[in-house]
Design a protein around this ligand. Structure first.
Ligand SMILES: Cc1cc2nc3c(=O)[nH]c(=O)nc-3n(C[C@H](O)[C@H](O)[C@H](O)COP(=O)(O)OP(=O)(O)OC[C@H]3O[C@@H](n4cnc5c(N)ncnc54)[C@H](O)[C@@H]3O)c2cc1C
Length: 238
């Protein structure tokens, strides 16, 4: 069901990485803002006269905690109307019109297969939400792999937090990789990592989140490994 437009107030903004900020939004008219981990909200930003040209969607990076506050993690797009507004005009106390939660990119009702969470950049948002939810509710699961790609170490979003989660959640394997910098961890793109892990073709679901290039290539490679199209789920950012 499509939710009505509501008002949110920006309560906190933090720089998470180069050109990437965390925004906290509170919904005063609701006591509790409920959603399924993986869902998104749509912001109606004053950047165009035509309503449908003002809408920009963002995955909820926080997890349902019974409060009326959510977190978004947003990367500034050069020349992007929506993100330039958010980065240059929005401050603490700003009011934003939004609707949601929306979307079906969520965890299965029962987790009976391994899950590969594959993402780049702010595509981490829905998976951060899902992993905290799994951890807090002790959701039964098989192997969980979070394969996260970015260019440089300074863009490893939520790095310490995810490392901690990988120590807390049994069978959760956090696999960050950098494409443009040498470091103590993996180097290269996300694709080589799930291909290596899945060589024995475990029963698995693949959840992909981020931009078209990565998602198109991953879909092709996962199917080339012999997995059915139905085992691949995606949230395409653009
Ligand atoms: C479900 C979903 C979840 C997302 N979650 C995140 C997230 O968590 N973090 C994040 O950083 N990004 C996320 N995105 C991407 C985000 O919605 C924006 O596309 C991105 O922030 C760039 O917006 P922009 O306005 O700065 O760029 P722009 O290039 O100005 O706009 C990007 C997109 O907006 C639309 N658009 C722009 N101008 C017009 C126009 N004149 N008329 C009609 N349509 C137009 C187009 O679809 C375009 O591809 C998500 C996208 C989707 C669909």
């Amino acid at each position: 069901m499509l939710q009505p437009w509501r008002k949110a107030i920006v309560t906190r903004i933090e720089e998470e990485a180069d050109s990437t900020r965390r925004f906290w939004l509170k919904v005063p008219e609701m006591e509790k803002f409920d959603f399924d981990p993986g869902q998104f909200v749509t912001l109606d930003l004053p950047i165009h006269e035509k309503p449908n040209k003002r809408w920009r969607s963002y995955s909820i990076a926080s997890w349902p905690d019974g409060s009326n506050e959510i977190e978004l993690v947003i990367v500034l797009l050069e020349g992007g109307a929506g993100t330039n507004y958010l980065f240059n005009q929005v401050t603490i106390g700003s009011e934003i019109t939004f609707r949601g939660p929306q979307g079906v990119f969520t965890l299965p009702d029962t987790i009976e297969k391994d899950i590969f969470f594959i993402c780049t950049g702010t595509g981490i948002a829905p998976f951060r939400s899902m992993l905290h939810y799994i951890s807090e509710h002790n959701v039964p699961h098989k192997n969980l792999y979070l394969i996260f790609g970015c260019r440089h170490k300074c863009n490893l979003l939520y790095y310490d937090e995810l490392r901690t989660l990988s120590e807390i959640i049994p069978d959760f394997h956090y696999k960050p990789t950098l494409s443009r910098e040498e470091w103590e961890g993996r180097k290269g793109y996300v694709h080589a990592i799930y291909e290596e892990i899945a060589t024995k073709k475990p029963v698995a679901e693949f959840m992909l989140c981020g931009w078209k290039n990565m998602i198109d290539e991953a879909k092709q490679r996962i199917q080339a490994m012999g997995y059915d199209r139905k085992s691949i789920h995606q949230e395409l950012y653009g």
